[in-house]
Design a protein around this ligand. Structure first.
Ligand SMILES: *Cc1c(COP(=O)(O)O)cnc(C)c1O
Length: 222
């Protein structure tokens, strides 16, 4: 049952926060609704969940359009192709998977063209440089941040990471550490998006402020 899953998940997040001396309301839940129907999204919305994440533009667009009048904040969390940036900028409020300047520039330009409020973005970090994953390396991150914060129609909110299984603890710790360093240097970031269904406790222990959860809410995907 969706409502049981939702309440159990909220309890898990709450308990993990308490166990690691974090304020429970400092950790936001992003419901990852890939492969989920409009009806399921509406049911979760009715339970009080307003932030939803999607990985694929083609899959997300009909849902976003159908739920147009609802109070949903849509986050794009998938790989971004340069030729999709205008549509992503137009239909999402957040993009968490920005990992190169060209994409950030195109998102900013499109957002300006549509005269929409600033796009909220996170930079996707690949801390351990696993070969098949997208994301910027830790060494290239400061330069990208400097460039992205100059762009007019996007607002840098933080960092996102999606580690390979088996490397979560090391990756979460590394990303949390650079997040903290960058904040000390004066970058006003407030979002550290890491942790999913199986590893959200570990991410919260390391300092996550947003967990992205699909299967623990909706059941296993096909
Ligand atoms: C699918 C996905 C999630 C959610 O994963 P679950 O294991 O279903 O909780 C989180 N983040 C990203 C980027 C994803 O693609």
């Amino acid at each position: 049952m969706l409502s049981d899953n939702f309440h159990q998940l909220k309890d898990r997040i709450h308990q993990a926060a308490i166990n690691h001396s974090r304020a429970p309301d400092a950790i936001k839940l992003l419901a990852v609704s890939k492969q989920q129907s409009i009806t399921t999204i509406r049911n979760l919305l009715a339970l009080g969940q307003h932030d939803f994440g999607e990985n694929y533009l083609q899959e997300a667009l009909p849902k976003i359009l159908a739920l147009n009048s609802e109070s949903i904040t849509w986050h794009f969390i998938g790989h971004i192709q340069a030729n999709k940036t205008a549509l992503i900028a137009r239909h999402f409020s957040w993009v968490q998977s920005v990992d190169r300047l060209k994409i950030a520039q195109r998102l900013s330009a499109a957002r300006g063209q549509y005269q929409l409020p600033d796009l909220q973005i996170c930079l996707q970090v690949n801390a351990l440089q696993s070969s098949h994953k997208t994301g910027i390396s830790l060494s290239e991150l400061p330069e990208l941040i400097k460039a992205v914060t100059q762009l007019p129609y996007i607002k840098l909110r933080g960092l996102m990471t999606l580690p390979d299984s088996g490397t979560e603890e090391q990756a979460f710790t590394a990303v949390a550490s650079i997040f903290s360093t960058l904040r000390q240097q004066g970058y006003a970031m407030d979002v550290l998006s890491m942790g999913m269904s199986v590893d959200l406790e570990m991410a919260i222990a390391a300092g996550a402020t947003m967990v992205r959860v699909g299967s623990a809410l909706f059941g296993a995907r096909s």
